[in-house]
Ligand binder design. Sequence first.
Ligand SMILES: [Zn+2]
Ligand SMILES: [Zn+2]
Length: 154
Amino acid sequence: MSRVRSATLYRVAFARARLVCSLRQTFPKLKLREIGEIAGITRERTRQVLHDQGLPTKALYNGSYACIDCGKKAKNKNGRCRACHHKAYYITLTCLGCERTFDRLLSIDKRDRKGNPLKKDFCGNKCQGKWLSANHGFGKHPEHRQFQKKEVKV
Ligand SMILES: [Zn+2]
Ligand SMILES: [Zn+2]
């Protein structure tokens, strides 16, 4: 290979690398294969060039979708970002028993409250049982203890 030819090839490669980099910066959603087709090189060579230049090799797939609530990056066209999705689908409750806060799916909250409006305010059956016994059971009405079933000893 003559020196002139190798210098030309080097210049071509340099121009290609510059093209690849500018394509990535201008169109962040282009795939490696598509950039390679435009620049006339393979997908793998495109990846190598971008990697050498410290540019993202992965296409920004959902870059143009904005959260419908806050405008941040979202996964789907009419979707929400992670934080807003959580806000929209979960409700934060404070357990009446242990007073800890916990999140619960809104749909499940709605379903559970249908017959029992209190049910939603407990983190679990354990807390619900404790709270009910203290506020509605023998804890609240100790005079009813006389009706309490005695444990049968075997
Ligand atoms: Zn959001
Ligand atoms: Zn609790």
